[in-house]
Design a protein around this ligand. Structure first.
Ligand code: ADP
Length: 750
């Protein structure tokens, strides 16, 4: 909340009006009624008065009182010379900074309705950097004027020499010239040197549109041409860029980006990536194409970079932005193209706070703002594929890898037949595959989508299972840190020496594998190989990812063991063998998208093999080789698999043939949760074409001490699910300790 409170700039240099002070409203001035939307969970904007002469416009940033607090907000509408305005409270201050463009405001209003959230929660995602409203801070450096000093002492000579090399502060210049600040000051006073004010956040250099990209193959060129024709036509348009891994999708969408930037000197292009970890690799490719690093936006960028990016984007000067899902909410004045790379990726769904699917919202935003969207993937989401097949989206295909690279050979390993040794997880076939690659001097990847050592820690003496203290989940053992960790909440504790239940010492046994355990096994079989783990624990930040990826590219690693972090976008030329340790993992729990997700992840991981000249091979371990998803992976026949999935979804009226929404009621005690859920169930409106299931205890029935109950809503396509949810919510008054979370188009059913 602190960040939302009034932000007094250190020394605002821009226009800043104190409105509410005595005498600021002139007797002759008429008053406007000004609606202000605050970044707070309030149901609607609040009304204030402001003198008409101020000329307030929608989108401008102001400070206004709510109760006894002064809060920063955005002007949502203005009614000029309103007769009732005199009775309203006054706007306190008008802040400088680029206004929130009309398009962003329309998007907020739309998204708030669609997601059934207070619009203030969404405006908060737009106005992310209060300091960015003020002109950037500056610092002073010393530079030569070209005038020679009248008297040239030895010290002065040294200062002039150093000043010619680089513009630095007076103190630094004195230090470099090994003299006192007085000498520097003397040279400034006599006009030989001068002080320059340098902005801490200079504008980003514009992309160089004279540069050209890689020479495209015929098929890539045709795809790029098709995209560019659409860009030139302008207006709302969505295209699925559907190309196998390594087919050059990035090269193709870079051409579309170049076209959009060339066509309109104020156009902005946004490229969304699923992982911050991927931005660095993408950045260098953008750099090679446009001669500049694009503007970066994600949760890990430092405050100063955030401030600079926000200011430049809002002013329309930042033309090429690469970011994570939250970058969609920035206030672009003229967004012309949004690219969503790896559009199927589950990280586009934000599951906390405001729950949204960035891909779907991007399409909605584009529709409001006459913008084009390119959805790029080798394994598109079923929803996107249906839209492409029905002709709602253009379907642009890149069916083969670029150059001589071929798709890997894929084989299934039936674990019932080719079983690993007892207590191990790698079958002899997988070990042989990696051994052969090692002999050829090539790299291998073992994919195990679970962090840590073992998912369950059990006492051999009494059978006690180590659980999270405040959530309904097992504690996962992490051997490197010696801790038991709850993957749901992040809670962790040292692994106890004795069982907390029966006090038996050293009685714990580890059940099941995680990446650390697979690493242990790989080390056992390949004691001399260079082995690394790639998971969010071993690479907690961008630098660590960059370092690991660089070492992999330089062939300094023989065998990599990774979670799904490896499935995304990386290009390792010497990686030729991929072993999927447990392809069945994602199928357990079987939600709506389990098969689809398994297909996407496993084929993306398999697609890491043989991305360059060398042929790749992928082995997939499974207990269910006859499942359709495994057969589709074996045949690399995505379309047949998706056709069957699509038919199933259509028959069941599931998305995209019907709509889903989830409502999760949670409370600090079980009784309250049950009562609240029961009351909600009773108050639900009855709507034709809409089924309501629940309440039922959520599969994760307790998280952080909150007991959870779920409703699931399925509706026919024509039903306005958001309106139903809003009407439902307005009928129920619940205990203040009860939380209700609305998830429109849920991806998680836990
Ligand atoms: P995708 O995004 O479809 O996985 P990329 O665009 O990453 O594919 O391309 C895969 C690899 O092939 C990259 O290293 C890329 O630089 C290279 N590549 C693709 N197209 C070309 C081209 N026309 N000329 C040279 N290299 C290319």
């Amino acid at each position: 909340m602190d960040a939302l409170k009034r932000q007094r700039a250190p020394a605002p240099a821009g226009p800043l009006f104190a409105v509410a002070e005595e005498g600021a409203e002139f007797v002759h001035d008429t008053l406007d009624k000004v609606a202000v939307l605050f970044p707070l969970p309030l149901p609607e904007p609040f009304d204030y008065r402001a003198p008409t002469s101020l000329g307030l416009q929608p989108g401008m940033h102001v400070i206004a009182p709510i109760g006894s607090r002064l809060v920063r907000g955005v002007v949502w509408s203005v009614e000029r010379e309103h007769p009732g305005a005199a009775n309203l409270k006054a706007i306190e201050e008008v802040l400088p900074g680029s206004p929130v463009p009309e398009m962003s405001r329309a998007f907020i209003d739309w998204a708030a309705k669609y997601l059934v959230r207070p619009p203030g929660d969404l405006v908060r995602m737009v106005v992310r950097s209060p300091e960015a409203l003020f002109p950037p801070p500056t610092y002073t450096v010393i530079a030569p004027t070209g005038e020679p000093p009248p008297k040239l002492t030895e010290a002065r000579k040294r200062v002039m020499e150093e000043a010619a090399k680089e513009h630095v502060s007076a103190a630094e210049l004195a230090r470099r010239a090994e003299t006192s600040s007085a000498v520097v000051k003397g040279l400034v006073d006599c006009g030989a040197l001068t002080k320059l004010e340098i902005s801490e956040d200079p504008p980003f250099p514009p992309p160089n549109l004279e540069m050209s990209g890689k020479a495209l193959s015929g098929i890539q060129q045709a795809a790029a041409d098709e995209m560019c024709v659409t860009v030139r036509a302008g207006g709302f348009h969505v295209a699925l860029l559907d190309g196998v891994t390594g087919s050059g999708k990035t090269e193709v969408y870079l051409e579309a980006a170049a076209e959009a930037l060339k066509l309109d000197p104020t156009a902005q292009v946004l490229v969304l990536l699923p992982e911050i970890a991927l931005t660095q690799a993408a950045m260098s490719r953008f750099n090679a194409r446009f001669g500049v690093t694009p503007v970066e936006w994600h949760s890990a960028i430092p405050q100063k970079a955030r401030r600079r990016a926000w200011r430049e984007i809002a002013a329309g000067r930042a033309r090429l932005v690469v970011g994570a899902r939250s970058a969609l909410f920035l206030p672009y004045p003229n967004l012309k193209l949004i690219v969503i790379d790896e559009e199927h990726d589950s990280s586009y769904k934000q599951e906390e706070g405001v729950i949204y699917q960035a891909r779907d919202l991007a399409v909605a935003r584009a529709k409001l703002g006459d913008c084009m969207v390119i959805l790029a993937s080798a394994t598109p989401s079923l929803e996107t594929l249906v839209n492409a097949q029905s002709g709602r989206y253009a379907h642009v295909k890149l069916p083969s890898r670029h150059g001589t690279a071929e798709l890997p050979d894929v084989e299934l390993v039936d674990l019932k037949i080719d079983a690993p040794e007892k207590g191990r997880w790698l079958s002899p076939k997988l070990i042989k595959g990696a051994a052969e690659a090692l002999l050829r001097g090539e790299q291998s990847l073992f994919y195990m989508n679970r962090r840590g050592y073992a998912p369950l820690t059990l006492c051999k003496a009494c059978g006690h299972r180590m659980r999270s203290p405040d959530s309904d989940s097992w504690l996962v053992e992490h051997r490197y840190s010696g801790r038991l960790v709850c993957h749901l909440t992040g809670f962790s504790m040292p692994k106890p020496k004795e069982c907390p239940e029966c006090l038996a010492p050293d009685s714990f046994t580890s059940i099941g594998p995680g990446v650390e355990r697979i690493e242990e096994e790989v080390r056992y079989f390949f004691p001399n190989a260079r082995i690394e783990i790639f998971s969010s624990d071993t690479t907690p930040n961008g630098d660590a990812v960059r370092d690991l990826v660089a070492r992999m590219e330089k062939n300094e690693i023989d065998i990599l063991i990774g979670t799904q972090i490896v499935a995304k976008g990386h290009n390792f030329p010497n990686l030729t063998f991929v072993g999927v340790v447990d392809a069945d993992l994602g199928l357990k729990g079987g939600d709506l998208r389990a098969g689809e997700r398994t297909y996407q992840l496993v084929s993306q991981v398999a697609g890491r093999a043989g991305r360059h000249e060398k042929k790749g091979r992928a082995l997939i371990q499974t207990y269910a080789p006859h499942e359709p998803v495994m057969q589709a992976l074996l045949a690399q026949d995505r379309d047949a698999f998706f056709a069957a999935e699509i038919a199933e979804r259509e028959a069941a009226g599931m998305p995209p043939y019907g709509r889903l929404a989830a409502v999760i009621v949670s409370a600090p005690d079980e009784l309250l949760a049950n009562d609240a859920a029961k009351l909600m169930g009773e108050k639900a409106p009855v709507v034709e074409g809409l089924d309501l299931w629940g309440p039922a205890p959520a599969p994760l029935s307790v998280i952080r001490g909150m007991h959870r109950r779920r409703f699931l809503i399925r509706a026919n396509r024509g039903v306005d699910v958001s309106a139903f949810l809003a009407a439902w919510a307005s009928r129920v008054k619940l205990h203040s300790a009860v939380r209700v979370q609305i998830d429109v188009d849920p991806y998680s059913f836990l």
